[in-house]
Design a protein. Structure first.
Length: 392
């Protein structure tokens, strides 16, 4: 079955990470994504290592399934092609710094006159308005200024970046789908403004809520939860595992399994709130207990007792996990030059309009002739003229 967004076409000016991650999600859902790139080198992300048979694995990871047309956007003939394409698409996504699309002649005001129903999504570091609008930003800047870095890492150690960059891309895809749904009722398009910093603030919802409630500034806590303990990564004899005891009954069962029933009656550890308040005393006791057995031994005991737990897998263990494979979270795609490649799959599963990742990332200009002839009716002779003129 085709994906749920079959028949939806996206014109993408997205580059680097946030924009392509958004358009990749739409592509995974069945949309056709036409990626506009600079002629020759293409998206700067194509130059990020490591490489597989000359293909950037970074570029592959966020551009799978998309189609590529290189256009020299400084050439008036290329701009005319954009306006012709705009008339036939449903969504436009761009993640330039605010003002760039306007200078190119492709602002929302201009584009919406060509296609009043278009959903036009702008992703940027700081959004389309505000004191920081024109500041450049990558995800690390957004994580720092949005609060994420301040609550990540171990107590007393330097702040730590979260190991993945997804916020703005996810929120943009959600906003686009909501606008697409609304447009079916109103018949109108609209402009979506998603900022990377805003996205990080939104993801810090719990930290913000605690600050509003107490006035205390949240700090890094390592892997543990700010309100419940144990709810964290703990060391074992041969590695680490995740241990969670939300109901007090589970904490009591854990103590009995460990042969430390005395902790149940210890006044310092009577409740999760008490254990959080007395964590400096509780942590060494907990770690000493969990280090007495291997991860596998603990998981067997804890699972039998129906206490929530899990291993801390490295990436090699993740991609080879039988459950992950069964869920289709490792997909195989074919690249015209590099052959079969593996990528992370999509977590979005549907009972009827199931998604399927079929294609790898495109080479620069791989789809130029096919798309321009199909959508704009251009002849091979005219396409050759545009190539010689440096337009495509």
């Amino acid at each position: 079955m085709p994906g749920p967004l079959e028949g939806v076409t996206v014109l993408s000016f997205a580059q680097h990470l946030a924009g392509p991650f958004c358009t990749m999600l739409l592509c995974d859902l069945g949309a056709e994504v036409i990626k506009i790139e600079p002629p020759g080198t293409g998206d700067p992300a194509r130059r990020n290592f490591p490489f597989i048979e000359g293909i950037s694995s970074y570029f592959l990871s966020i551009n799978r399934g998309q189609e590529s047309i290189p256009l020299n956007l400084r050439d008036e003939r290329a701009k005319k092609l954009v306006f012709e394409l705009v008339k036939q698409v449903d969504i436009l996504v761009e993640n330039y710094r605010p003002g760039v699309m306007k200078r190119l002649g492709f602002s929302y005001e201009v584009i919406s006159k060509e296609n009043p129903k278009i959903i036009y999504a702008s992703i940027s570091g700081f959004g389309q308005k505000g004191p920081y609008t024109l500041k450049p930003a990558f995800d690390m800047i957004a994580q720092g200024m949005g609060g994420t870095v301040s609550i990540t890492g171990e107590p007393g150690r330097p702040p730590v970046r979260v190991g993945f960059s997804i916020g703005a891309g996810l929120f943009s895809a959600i906003a686009i789908l909501a606008a697409l749904h609304e447009s079916q009722k109103s018949g109108k398009g609209q402009w979506i403004d998603v900022a990377m910093v805003d996205s990080q603030v939104a993801l810090c919802e719990n930290a913000c809520a605690r600050y509003f409630a107490t006035g205390e500034i949240p700090k890094p806590l390592g892997s543990r939860h700010p309100l419940m303990t144990p709810f964290q990564v703990v060391p074992t004899k041969d590695g680490y595992m995740v241990l969670i005891t939300v109901p007090e009954e589970d904490f009591q069962k854990f103590c009995n399994l460990a042969g430390r029933g005395d902790l149940i009656s210890d006044s310092r550890f009577q409740s999760s709130k008490d254990r959080v308040a007395n964590y400096e005393a509780f942590e060494p006791i907990l770690n000493a207990i969990t280090k007495t057995k291997t991860t596998a031994e603990w998981l067997t005991l804890l699972e039998q007792a129906e206490i929530m737990c899990g291993p801390v897998n490295n990436i090699a263990q993740v991609v080879n996990d039988p459950h992950i494979k069964e869920r289709g979270m490792i997909a195989e795609v074919t690249h015209p030059r590099a052959g079969k490649l593996r990528v992370a799959g999509t977590p979005m599963k549907f009972s009827r309009t199931e998604t399927e990742i079929k294609k790898a990332c495109p080479d620069v200009g791989e789809h130029t002739a096919e798309i321009l002839s199909r959508m704009l009716g251009m002849s091979s002779e005219y396409l050759e003229e545009l190539r010689k003129g440096g337009v495509i």
